[in-house]
Design a protein around this ligand. Structure first.
Ligand SMILES: *[C@@H]1O[C@H](CO)[C@@H](O)[C@H](O)[C@H]1NC(C)=O
Ligand SMILES: *[C@@H]1O[C@H](CO)[C@@H](O)[C@H](O)[C@H]1NC(C)=O
Length: 134
């Protein structure tokens, strides 16, 4: 095998490992977008999405919006890059009250703020933080 084809195989493997590591838009929607501000953190956080190896996720931010509006943040951004939204969103943090075997009790906290997301191929794939991108 020549060096070129070895490089190609290596490149493909790298690409695949990157794919499996990175999050995707459907998962982003399930984890971070809610159509209603009246969510009960105790109920929504009791989901395999937020229980990693038997441990409840410490904090999760929900964006009260539609998928289309959130998707617009990455419109025309091939990325991968971090982008700050140009408008404020209503945000709900679900914050773990105590670390016990699931389901864990959660508190909630609301605020309006811009958000920083990672855009890949014009789609949001990772919620970076509330507020502007670092
Ligand atoms: C949490 O989720 C588990 C598994 O889906 C379910 O059996 C249980 O009733 C839920 N508990 C609460 C308090 O919602
Ligand atoms: C986005 O921001 C996070 C947190 O600061 C950082 O770890 C990540 O590398 C950034 N991604 C890109 C594509 O700039």
């Amino acid at each position: 095998m020549c060096a070129k084809s070895l490089l190609l195989v290596f490149g493909i493997l790298l690409g695949l490992s990157h794919l499996s590591l990175s999050q995707d838009w459907p998962t982003f929607q399930r984890k971070h977008i809610t159509s209603t501000s009246s969510i009960d953190c105790n109920t929504v956080m009791n989901n395999s999405l937020f229980i990693i190896r038997g441990t409840c996720k410490e904090v999760n931010t929900f964006i009260v919006s539609t998928a289309a509006t959130v998707q617009d943040i990455c419109s025309g951004v091939p990325g991968p890059s971090n982008v700050t939204s140009s408008t404020n969103f209503e945000l709900i943090d679900c914050i773990r009250r105590s670390e016990v075997p699931p389901p864990c009790p959660y508190n909630s906290n609301s605020e309006n703020n811009v958000i920083c997301v990672t855009c890949e191929r014009t789609l949001p794939v990772h919620f970076v933080r509330k507020g502007r991108c670092p």
